[in-house]
Design a protein around this ligand. Structure first.
Ligand code: GUN
Length: 277
């Protein structure tokens, strides 16, 4: 059975559109993009498309890949001080010569609609109320909520320990009382963990990593992988054989519509906090 993330994304957009239409002051989302990474270009295109769909303003600041770090930092300073431009993101990955963490550290946490700053991650860690939760973990939880899947009593395996997906997702799930195992390339035998799991989330970006013999029947499988094999997009989960006895989000199709929906929702939530409309 497919977990219908497309339907959920559309529902979120349509609800936001109605709310934003009523606002006197429309939120403006700004994206900083460095270089021309193909996945980043696709993301940015989608961010613009859906921001505009819900009547938000969207502005792109696009730098060449060889831009100096100081120029990006100066732009961040400018955005932090501009009370009209309320919300912005820095699309990752940045060019190798730029220190991503240094850039993220300069983002004003109140404007950090990606939820990447230390303050917003700290709020997640401490389970404080936080509108600015990073977008991929947020949609995964939202998708499970949509299907009334409670995390209590559940064994969960997360594959991948990135700052964007694996680490914040593990915290979020721990906060909702799941029993969480996090695996990476140094895990001896991933299947030892996945076979005991009710929910498996793969964000390893390794094509066809999860096979039928690595999971039990009726596992909930969420594929955050994005791999190009022979010019075609494939996920981390070996999808065709697994669909019939499991709950799954499929790649190809990719799941970025929900990541983008969460970004737009974060922008709306942050906006109404400040403008109180
Ligand atoms: N690169 C991959 N996913 C994301 C995301 O959610 N936000 C940003 N800023 N960059 C990304």
């Amino acid at each position: 059975m497919i977990l219908d993330w497309k339907k959920l994304a559309q529902k979120i957009y349509d609800e936001l559109k109605i709310k934003i239409e009523k606002l006197n002051k429309k939120p403006t989302l700004v994206a900083i993009l460095v270089g021309n990474n193909p996945a980043s270009l696709t993301y940015i295109k989608q961010k613009r498309k859906f921001a505009e769909y819900v009547w938000m303003n969207f502005e792109l600041i696009h730098y060449e890949g060889n831009i100096e770090e100081e120029i990006v930092l100066a732009k961040i300073e400018e955005l932090n001080n501009n009370s009209n431009i309320s919300w912005y993101i820095v699309q990752l990955p940045l060019s190798e010569h730029i220190d991503s963490q240094k850039i993220i550290d300069r983002i004003d946490p109140k404007k950090d609609v990606d939820g990447f700053t230390k303050e917003n991650i700290g709020k997640l860690f401490l389970k404080e109320e936080n509108w600015l939760l990073s977008c991929t973990p947020k949609w995964i939880k939202r998708l499970l909520d949509e299907y009334n899947i409670n995390l209590k009593w559940k064994n969960v395996t997360i594959i991948g320990k990135s700052n964007i997906v694996g680490k914040p997702l593990s915290l979020l799930f721990i906060n909702h009382s799941a029993t969480v195992t996090v695996c990476d390339i140094f895990t001896q035998d991933i299947s030892e963990h996945t076979l005991k799991s009710d929910i498996v989330i793969s964000a390893a970006w390794v094509p066809h990593l999860i096979k039928e013999n690595m999971i039990k029947k009726w596992t909930i499988l969420i594929d955050v992988g994005y791999n190009i094999v022979d010019g075609k997009m494939v996920g981390d989960i070996d999808f065709p054989n697994l669909e019939k006895d499991n709950y799954i989000t499929p790649v190809p199709g990719w799941v970025w519509p929900l990541t983008v929906a969460m970004l737009i929702e974060n922008t709306y939530l942050a906006h109404i906090q400040v403008w109180n409309e």
